[in-house]
Design a protein around this ligand. Structure first.
Ligand code: T1G
Length: 713
C-alpha cells in the first residue's frame, strides 16, 4: 500500500497494512498519537484508499505505543487551521461504505474518542480510558462529539462526560454503549489482534455499516430535556465564569432539535467561539505549564536516588499529612516523634484521615488496615537508618530543626536525602549545620499535605543534583505538582503572597472594606478573598510572621496595623469565632462585622487617612499588579526558573483561577505595558512599594512578554 506523503525523511505517522480483506490503519505519532495535521492527512488517505480498494472489505483503526489517540494536537490551537479538519475526517470515516472498527487501548480522549465514535464499531481493552476532556481546555468536543455522543449514550451520560471531562474506564464505557465489547490485553499488539478478530467476526456475519449519527440515544425526549435542564442548572452554579460548559449544553440541545449536519455546523460555530475565548488560552497554558515544571536542569542532568523507604520526623498536622501522602503513594513510612504520647497523637492524626474515608464508604476497613500496616512509629532516630528519604516536619524554629538534622546526620545511611518542610527558614543554614549539606533539600508541602497538589522543591546552594532529581521523582510518586524554588523568605508562593496581601491591606486602610476586597477578588475567579483566607488559616499565623519580620522590615515601608489589632483582641478567624468576619453559626456563616469596620475607621484616623472609594476593577488591578510585579522579581532573582513556574505555584497552591492561566499568563493577556503603566501610576502614591520589577521594565522595553521566557530554565 502507498504511504501518505510526509516531509522527506520523516516516518509517516499513519501506517497501513493488509490482513486478508482487512486494511489495518495504525497511528504512530509519539508520545500520545495526537491528531496533528500529518495524522489527519494519513488517516484521510487511508480511508480513501481502503474504500477504493476492491480487495478491502473492512478497515481497522488502532494506535501504536501506549495509547489509541490522546486527542487533537493541542499545540495547533491558536494557529491557522490546516485541512482536513478533524470534523471532516470523522465525517469521512463515518461515511465509509465498508465497516470501520476502532480498537481502543490506553487513552482514547477528545478527538481520539471522536474518531472512535465516527467508526462503526468499537472494542476496548481493559486499560482503555475514554473521555471528552475538552472542557478542561476551555473547549468542547469539536469533531462531532457533541452530536454523536448523545445519540449513542443519551443526553445525560453525554453531558456528564463532556462537562466533567472525566476519563471513563472500559467497563463503564461498555455499560453506557460507548464501546461494543471488552477484549483481553493491554498493549497495542493486543488491540490490533483483538480488533482484527472482532472485525473478521463482523464480516463473517455480514454486519452492516452502523453510523453513530443514526443512534437512538435521544429518542426519550422527556429524559433528554430533563438532562439538559439539570445540566444548565448545575453549570450555572459550578461553572461560574466559565464559557465552554454552556456552549457544550447548547450544542447537545442542538442535537435534540436539529438534523445531524445542522447540529454539526452549530457545534463548529460554538467550537470556534470557545477557541477564541481567553479561557482557552489560559487553560491550555495551564495544561502545558503543569508538565513543563517537571523539567528542571537537575532532572535533565542527574539521576534520582532510590525512593522506597521514607521517614517523617514529626507527627503534627504537617508531618501526619505528609505521612498520609506517602502512604497514599503505596510507600512505607517510619514516623519519628519525641515520645510515645506524641507518637500516639501522630498516628492518631493519620488513622483519622483513613477512618474518615472508611466512614464515607470510600475505603474498606481491610484496605484501611493494609495502608496503616505500612506506617511504623518510633521514638528512636536509629529506626531511620534504612530510610532513603527523610522529611522533617517539626516546629518552625531553626534551632529545633538543626537539632533534628544533627540526629539525621548521625543515624541516616550515606546517600539518604534529608528534606525539611520548613515554609520560610533558611535551608542553607540547616544544610550548613551537618556533615553532608549536599544531601539537604527543601520539600515545602501545603496544608493539608495529603490533599494540596503543590510541592515547592527548595534548592539550597550546596545541594547535589541527584538530590534535586530525587525530590522531583518523589513528587511524581506522590502525584504532586513540583515547582523548583530558590532559597529566600517565602520561596515563591508565600513570598509573593506577602506582597499582594500588603497591597490588600493598603486598599483596606485607604478606604476599601475587607468585604469589598474579598468580593472583588472572588469576582476575578478566586474561590475566596484574602481576608476570608486569613480567617480560614488563622490570623495568628500571619501575625507571627509579621512579628518575626519586624526586626528586618524596611522602616520606610508603609505598615498597616489593622490585622494586628484584630489579633491583639484574639480575633483569629474561624477558630476563634471571629476575625475579619463573625461566624455566629460556625465556619460557613462568615458575616461582615461592624466592629471590624469601626476598628478600621479608628486605624484610618490614627494614620491620618481620609478614606476613598475603590471600584471592583481598582481593587483587582492593584491586587494583581502587586502579585505580577513580585512574580517578576522572583523570576528576575532566579528564585523561580521561569514565569510558568510562578503560574503553576499559584494555580496549585493559592487558588488562582485556572482559566486565567496563572498571574504571569494573565499579565501577558492584559499586556505587560498596561501592567507596568498601572504600577507606575500607583507608584505616585507609594514609590517604595510600587517599584516596578526590573524584569517587567526590561520586557516592556524589548516588546517581549513573560511567555518568551518560558523556554528558558
Ligand atoms: N496534544 C499535544 N501534546 C500532547 C497532548 C495533546 N493532545 N496530550 C499530551 N501531550 C504531550 C504533553 O504535553 C507531554 O509533552 C507529552 O505529550 C506526554 O503527556 C477537536 C479539541 C493522553 C492521558 O485533553 O490527558 O481533542 O512534556 O505527560 O501522563 O474535540 O497527556 O513530553 O513535551 O500527559 O502518559 C483533548 C490531553 C485535546 C488529552 C497521556 N485531549 N492529554 O498522559 O503523558 S482537545 C486531551 C492527556 C481535542 C477535539 C478537541 C495526557 C494523556 P512533553 P503526559 P501521560
Amino acid at each position: 500500500m502507498s504511504k501518505p506523503s510526509t516531509a522527506a525523511g520523516e516516518t509517516p505517522p499513519v501506517h497501513l497494512a493488509r490482513e486478508g480483506a482487512i486494511l489495518v490503519v495504525t497511528i504512530d505519532n509519539p508520545p500520545v498519537n495526537a491528531l496533528g495535521v500529518a495524522v489527519r492527512r494519513g488517516l484521510m488517505s487511508a480511508i480513501e484508499e481502503g474504500e477504493a480498494d476492491a480487495g478491502v472489505a473492512a478497515i481497522l483503526v488502532t494506535g501504536a505505543g501506549r495509547n489509541f489517540i490522546g486527542g487533537a494536537d493541542i499545540r495547533e490551537f491558536g494557529k491557522p487551521p490546516q485541512s482536513p479538519l478533524l470534523t471532516e475526517l470523522c465525517n469521512r470515516i463515518e461515511a465509509c461504505s465498508k465497516p470501520v472498527l476502532a480498537a481502543l487501548h490506553g487513552a482514547a480522549l477528545g478527538g481520539g474518542l471522536e474518531v472512535a465514535l465516527a467508526a462503526h464499531y468499537r472494542v476496548a481493552l481493559g486499560n482503555a480510558r475514554l473521555g471528552l476532556p475538552e472542557v478542561q481546555l476551555g473547549l468542547l468536543p469539536g469533531a462531532g462529539g457533541t452530536q454523536r455522543t448523545p445519540r449513542l449514550i443519551g443526553a445525560q451520560a453525554a453531558l456528564d462526560m463532556m462537562l466533567t471531562g472525566r476519563h471513563l474506564g472500559a467497563k463503564e464505557a461498555l455499560s453506557l454503549g460507548l464501546v461494543d465489547q471488552l477484549v483481553e490485553g493491554d498493549s497495542a499488539d493486543h488491540a490490533r489482534a483483538a480488533g482484527l478478530r472482532e472485525l473478521q467476526a463482523l464480516l463473517d456475519k455480514h454486519a452492516p455499516v452502523r453510523r453513530s449519527r443514526d443512534g437512538k440515544g435521544l429518542a426519550d425526549t422527556a429524559a433528554t430535556q430533563a438532562a439538559i435542564a439539570a445540566a444548565r442548572a448545575e453549570a450555572g452554579k459550578k461553572s461560574r465564569g466559565l464559557f465552554s460548559p454552556h456552549k457544550i449544553i447548547d450544542a447537545v440541545e442542538a442535537a435534540t432539535t436539529l438534523p445531524f449536519e445542522e447540529g454539526l455546523a452549530l457545534e463548529r460555530q460554538f467550537f470556534l467561539q470557545c477557541l477564541d475565548s481567553p479561557q482557552r488560552a489560559g487553560l491550555i497554558h495551564a495544561f502545558f505549564a503543569e508538565r513543563e515544571v517537571q523539567k528542571a536542569p537537575e532532572t535533565r542532568n542527574a539521576q534520582p536516588r532510590r525512593i522506597e523507604q521514607i521517614g517523617v520526623v514529626g507527627g503534627g498536622t504537617m508531618g501526619a499529612g505528609i505521612a498520609v501522602a506517602v502512604l497514599d503513594a503505596g510507600l512505607p513510612v517510619t514516623m519519628i516523634e519525641r515520645d510515645d504520647e506524641a507518637l500516639a497523637r501522630g498516628r492518631g492524626h493519620v488513622e483519622k484521615t483513613y477512618d474518615a474515608q472508611v466512614a464515607k464508604g470510600r475505603l474498606t476497613q481491610e484496605a484501611r488496615d493494609a495502608v496503616l500496616a505500612r506506617l511504623h512509629g518510633s521514638t528512636r532516630y536509629e529506626d531511620l537508618s534504612a530510610a532513603d528519604v527523610v522529611i522533617e516536619a517539626v516546629f518552625e524554629d531553626l534551632n529545633v530543626k538543626q537539632a533534628v538534622f544533627a540526629e539525621l546526620d548521625r543515624v541516616c545511611k550515606p546517600g539518604a536525602v534529608l528534606a525539611t518542610n520548613t515554609s520560610y527558614l533558611d535551608i542553607d543554614a540547616i544544610a550548613a549545620s551537618i556533615s553532608r549539606p549536599a544531601d539537604v533539600i527543601g520539600l515545602h508541602f501545603f496544608s493539608p499535605a495529603n490533599v494540596m497538589k503543590l510541592l515547592e522543591i527548595v534548592v539550597p546552594r550546596q545541594v547535589a543534583s541527584e538530590v534535586v532529581a530525587t525530590a522531583f521523582e518523589l513528587a511524581k510518586r506522590l502525584r504532586k505538582v513540583p515547582v523548583r524554588a530558590g532559597v529566600c523568605d517565602g520561596f515563591i508562593g508565600n513570598r509573593i503572597l506577602a506582597v499582594y496581601r500588603q497591597a490588600a491591606d493598603y486598599l483596606m486602610e485607604d478606604g476599601a472594606s475587607p468585604y469589598e476586597i474579598d468580593a472583588a477578588v472572588r469576582d476575578f475567579g478566586f474561590a475566596m478573598g484574602p481576608y476570608q483566607v486569613v480567617d480560614l488559616a488563622g490570623g495568628d499565623i500571619g501575625w507571627a510572621t509579621r512579628k518575626r519580620r519586624a526586626a528586618t522590615r524596611d522602616p520606610r515601608a508603609r505598615y498597616v496595623h489593622i490585622a494586628d489589632r484584630l489579633c491583639e483582641r484574639g480575633w483569629f478567624g474561624q477558630k476563634s469565632g471571629r476575625g475579619f468576619y463573625r461566624y455566629p453559626d460556625g465556619p460557613r456563616s462568615g458575616a461582615p462585622d461592624p466592629e471590624v469596620l469601626a476598628l478600621i475607621d479608628e486605624e484610618r484616623a490614627r494614620a491620618g487617612i481620609t478614606p476613598r472609594s475603590f471600584s471592583k476593577e481598582d481593587i483587582q488591578r492593584r491586587y494583581l499588579a502587586a502579585m505580577i510585579n513580585e512574580g517578576a522579581n522572583v523570576v528576575h532573582q532566579r528564585i523561580a526558573l521561569r514565569p510558568l513556574d510562578v503560574d503553576v505555584t499559584f494555580l496549585y497552591g493559592y487558588g488562582f483561577p485556572r482559566h486565567r492561566g496563572g498571574p504571569m499568563k494573565y499579565a501577558d493577556m492584559v499586556g505587560l505595558p498596561n501592567v507596568l503603566a498601572d504600577i507606575r501610576a500607583f507608584a505616585a502614591e507609594d514609590p517604595l512599594f510600587w517599584t516596578p520589577s526590573p524584569l517587567l521594565v526590561e520586557l516592556v522595553e524589548r516588546g517581549a512578554n513573560f511567555e518568551s521566557l518560558n523556554q528558558a530554565g
